[in-house]
Design a protein around this ligand. Structure first.
Ligand code: ATP
Ligand code: MG
Length: 395
């Protein structure tokens, strides 16, 4: 096999490490993706040089993960270079795993999770395949490197990674690997939620998340961890998802869980939490009725769209609106934001002869809603007439 692999910057990094007398290869996801005919995203390089030696070879580097042996080389594009290592892990899962550097590529590949992720490629495009990764790629199989019981025992996150790859690549999980996942699934309880969340995000974005949901049931995740995975029993109905956040929103509709609880369990970001809260509100409204003009105005298209999709998955009723229809409805609203209104707070003071106060913002909102729902035209004169009449009735 002679593929010219990698970007100019990543080839430059490999070549300079070699010139300095070290072994250096492309590894991991990028090699896997190349063999699958996909354009690799981030290219990882593994080398026999220690982090200190890598820093001597290149002038511009950043210590991004020096505790794992990873240095970012600015070439000038950022390229991750990781020293060959073997992982030393502890069985109580609480102490951080220690690492030991090695000059053996074989040992480095051996500590990797699955055969399809344990492939390396040299600068000349020669494939280093010590564990049958290429055959597994062709057979579309996820298989642990070595004994799966040991491998999941060392790091239970790999259980979730296997599910993630089944969704992303639409691969099946080899039966012994799956048995070991089932036997050790309870160990996921020791894994930091932040690591779990990263894998779930990727799983949601996969081409076939349903496959992962089915496997998760096979290995008993929903009953082992009801707070985290109970909705995995039924999420299949809502998949696939356009964005990971749509997967999280679908969890809201299935589990009897609030956005706040979900955000708390998975340590979601502030933005993700805000999105979920909006979806929660929109989902609640949508149980009783279709979205009206005010809903279309106040909620983002993303929220409206995902809520429609979730409803469709749940009830398969014909009355849902497509993103195209929602986009059209939103763009034909009389105004898009409050700034589009044909009056200001100062106008209200002039028209009423009153002094400013809390009432102004209340009336701005009233007028805004009347304009959005088509009860008044967005025209200063029309607004003035409506306002003067309405406020006189209230006095
Ligand atoms: P992606 O395309 O999502 O980046 P990836 O395979 O590159 O997929 P990463 O999480 O970026 O996945 O990890 C890079 C490589 O490091 C993997 O291909 C694998 O070889 C190894 N790896 C990552 N996490 C683990 C783990 N928990 N146990 C063993 N090996 C791992
Ligand atoms: Mg990667």
């Amino acid at each position: 096999m002679t593929t010219r692999f990698g970007t100019a910057a990543s080839r430059h990094v490999v070549s300079n490490l070699q010139k300095a007398g070290f072994e250096a290869v492309f590894v991991g996801g990028a090699v896997r993706d190349l063999l699958l005919g996909k354009v690799p995203t981030d290219i990882d390089i593994a080398t026999s040089a220690t982090p200190g030696q890598v820093k001597k070879v290149f002038r511009h580097t950043v210590d991004i993960g020096i505790e794992h042996g990873t240095i970012l080389v600015l070439a000038p594009e950022p390229i991750e270079v990781t020293t060959f290592r073997t992982d030393v892990t502890y069985s109580d899962h609480r102490r951080p795993g220690e690492i030991a550097y090695t000059t053996s590529l074989k040992e480095d590949l051996q500590r990797r999770d699955f055969t399809i992720n344990a492939l390396a490629m040299t600068l000349d495009g020669e494939l280093v395949d010590l564990f049958g990764g290429q055959a597994d790629l062709e057979a579309r199989v996820i298989r642990s490197v070595g004994n799966p019981y040991e491998r999941f025992g060392e790091d239970a996150l790999r259980i979730l990674r296997a599910l993630r790859f089944s969704a992303v690549l639409n691969f099946r999980i080899e039966s012994e690997t799956l048995n070991a996942m089932k036997q050790l699934a309870h160990e996921l309880g020791h894994i930091a939620i932040e690591r779990i969340k990263v894998e779930i995000d990727k799983l949601f974005q996969g081409v076939n998340p349903s496959k992962a949901f089915r496997y998760s049931r096979d290995i008993g995740l929903p009953s082992l961890f009801p707070e985290l995975f109970s909705s995995f029993e039924q999420l299949e109905r809502c998949a696939p998802f356009i964005h990971a956040r749509h997967g999280w929103a679908a969890m809201l509709s299935i589990r009897d869980v609030s956005a706040t609880e979900l955000a708390h369990h998975f340590k979601l970001s502030k933005e993700e939490k805000r999105f979920l809260k909006q979806c929660e509100e929109a989902l609640k409204l949508r149980t009783d009725r279709s979205f009206d003009e005010l809903d279309v105005y106040y909620f983002s298209l993303d929220v409206l769209d995902v809520v429609e999709r979730i409803r469709h998955a749940q009830y398969a009723d014909g009355s849902i609106e497509t993103l195209e229809q929602l986009t059209k409805r939103k763009s034909s609203l009389p105004i898009q934001t409050r700034a589009d209104l044909a009056f200001t707070g100062t106008n209200l003071l002039e028209w009423s002869g009153l002094r400013g106060g809390k009432w102004t913002s209340e009336w701005i909102e009233k007028i805004e809603q009347a304009v959005v729902s088509g009860r008044i035209e967005n025209d200063a004169q029309a607004i003035k007439e409506w306002f003067v009449y309405e406020i006189s009735r209230k006095e």
